[in-house]
Design a protein around this ligand. Structure first.
Ligand code: FES
Ligand code: FES
Length: 155
């Protein structure tokens, strides 16, 4: 099967995709975009999150064929060239990144929240990140990072 879609603003055309392949597999293995991570492959951890036509999804649960003609944004598409996004900078500054495996998913979930709610409460941040699991940091620094980024983006 052939998959044509737009990823991070660039048209992509991938031939030979198996019907059983997930969007996550195609992004990582065929398009060489390793930002979305494969941790559980069951929709439980959020590490594989991407935007599919503007909606945050677990790419491990999306068949590649479902992305035909879609616009996809991965963590690689969030930075502006070498300039990190405010969320990416805040995660680094606050120590919200340890092994980093969960970080792309958290940042995309936080980005989704801040697009909807630029000044979220801590409860809203916790709720928005409830689908993302981190084995390393605990969640306090992650929530702090989102709060720091939100403050910077609204002042
Ligand atoms: S790898 Fe997709 S939700 Fe965990
Ligand atoms: S920083 Fe290691 S899993 Fe979250």
């Amino acid at each position: 099967m052939r998959l044509e879609c737009v990823v991070n603003g660039e048209p992509r055309d991938v031939a030979g995709v198996r019907e059983s392949e997930s969007l996550l597999q195609v992004l990582r293995e065929r398009m060489k975009l390793p930002g979305a991570k494969n941790a559980c492959e069951q929709g439980e951890c959020g590490s594989c999150s991407v935007f599919l036509d503007g909606k945050l999804v677990c790419s491990c649960l999306v068949l590649a064929g479902q992305a035909e003609g879609a616009e996809i944004v991965t963590i690689e598409g969030l930075a502006d060239g070498d300039a990190l996004s405010p969320l990416q900078e805040a995660f680094i500054e606050t120590g919200a990144v340890q092994c980093g495996f969960c970080t792309p998913g958290f940042i995309l979930a936080a980005h989704d929240l801040l697009q909807r709610q630029p000044s979220p409460s801590d409860a809203e941040i916790r709720e928005a990140l409830a689908g993302n699991l981190c084995r390393c940091t605990g969640y306090a620094k992650i929530i702090e990072a989102v709060r720091v980024a939100a403050d910077r983006m609204t002042t």
